[in-house]
Design a protein around this ligand. Structure first.
Ligand SMILES: [Zn+2]
Length: 360
């Protein structure tokens, strides 16, 4: 018997957060898979009851409650201090598994919960970090949202948990208080096993170490390039699994700025397809199997060299080529890399990159 849970349909970004919030609470031995279509997700769980899922979730919220608040309010400051009490009260009320089960029974067992929320619903006005695409409709800077978009406490709670567990934040160096928030998501189908491994990797030391190296370049490199650099560090098996899965992957990225110490603004929101880039990485790995030259490692090292030397044009050119694989972009990338790093490792690597142009 499979248990089916549906995210509400509040849009790709918020539903991704809600989905990740939910599945990240499952213990390792829980078998599930997730399908994403048209902005919402269906989570099918084998052999667990709704009450058991509610227990996992309540336990996870209790465990991470303080960390979530610290992360959102104090570190990234994407939720204002004035909203901290309300955030805490929503999280607190979901430490009770019975309350979660009751809310899920009412809202999450069928698709379309969002139709009863949103523009004319008098619930909690959704906070910007959970619903950044609201900002897309406004040109330039804005401070107040003209329309209320109300959501229920369960949607807020799961989105907060998902934001904490699944987004990759790259904070600008002080005194700047902006951050890029990157969220990998998909349409299609993926197994719980792959999702769980991805979530573990995102919170692990290898990525955290790279994020710290990228911070000085946060305001000079486009967020799409930063995303590609992050993906280069993923383990080979994870890259392969994401690429070979029955899902189309994209990176949703938002740039938040905090002005006057607390007002959150959105500087940009973007949805970048990463499938073609993943296929370039997989092809480089296959080359590696043939010649044993570890091009992925070299790609990572050269990128770090370029970033350390603040060679942003060369970094951008390199990752542009990794996506287009066109001769013209290869030519530009090679020229820029050799100019920045000189002959030697740069030149050898560029020769290896040329193999990618054989792909269409
Ligand atoms: Zn809701």
């Amino acid at each position: 018997m499979e248990l089916k849970i549906f995210t509400p349909g509040h849009g790709f970004f918020m539903d991704s957060l809600i989905m990740y919030g939910l599945v990240s609470a499952f213990p390792q031995d829980v078998k599930y898979h997730v399908s994403g279509t048209a902005g919402f997700f269906e989570i099918e769980i084998e052999g667990e009851t709704l009450q058991e899922v509610a227990n996992f979730l309540a336990g996870d919220i209790e465990m991470y409650l303080e960390n979530i608040i610290e992360h959102l309010v104090n570190n990234l400051r994407v939720v204002q201090k004035g909203s901290q009490k309300r955030l805490k009260s929503y999280l607190d009320s979901h430490k009770n598994p019975d309350a979660i089960a009751e809310s899920f029974e009412k809202n999450y067992m069928l698709p379309g919960h969002a139709q009863r929320e949103g523009r004319y619903y008098k619930g909690q006005h959704v906070w910007l970090p959970f619903y950044p695409h609201i900002g897309k409709y406004f040109a330039g800077e804005y401070r107040y949202l003209p329309v209320n978009y109300g959501v229920c406490p369960t949607c807020v709670t799961l989105a907060a948990l998902g934001f904490y567990k699944a987004t990759i934040p790259i904070r600008y160096m002080p005194p700047k208080s902006a951050s890029h928030i990157i969220l990998l998501s998909f349409e299609g189908e993926i197994s719980g096993e792959i999702l769980a491994r991805m979530l573990t990797f995102i919170r692990g030391d290898a990525l955290t170490e790279l994020i710290n190296k990228l911070r000085p370049a946060a305001d000079s490199l486009p967020v799409s390039t930063l995303t590609y650099v992050l993906l280069t560090r993923f383990t080979s098996s994870l890259i392969r699994d994401l690429y070979e899965s029955k899902a189309i992957w994209s990176a949703l990225s938002t740039t938040f700025d905090v002005i006057r110490g607390q007002v959150v603004q959105i500087r940009g929101y973007d949805n970048v397809s990463i499938d073609r880039y993943l296929s370039s990485l997989v092809f480089l790995m296959r080359t590696d199997e043939k010649y044993n030259i570890d091009p992925l490692k070299r790609l990572g090292e050269i990128t770090e060299d370029l970033i350390r030397k603040k060679e942003t044009a060369a970094t951008e050119a390199l990752y542009k080529f990794m996506n287009t694989r066109s001769y013209m972009d290869l030519y530009v990338a090679v020229r820029q890399i050799i100019k920045a790093l000189g002959e030697g490792p740069g030149k050898i690597f560029c020769e290896e990159l040329a193999c990618l142009t054989q792909l269409t």
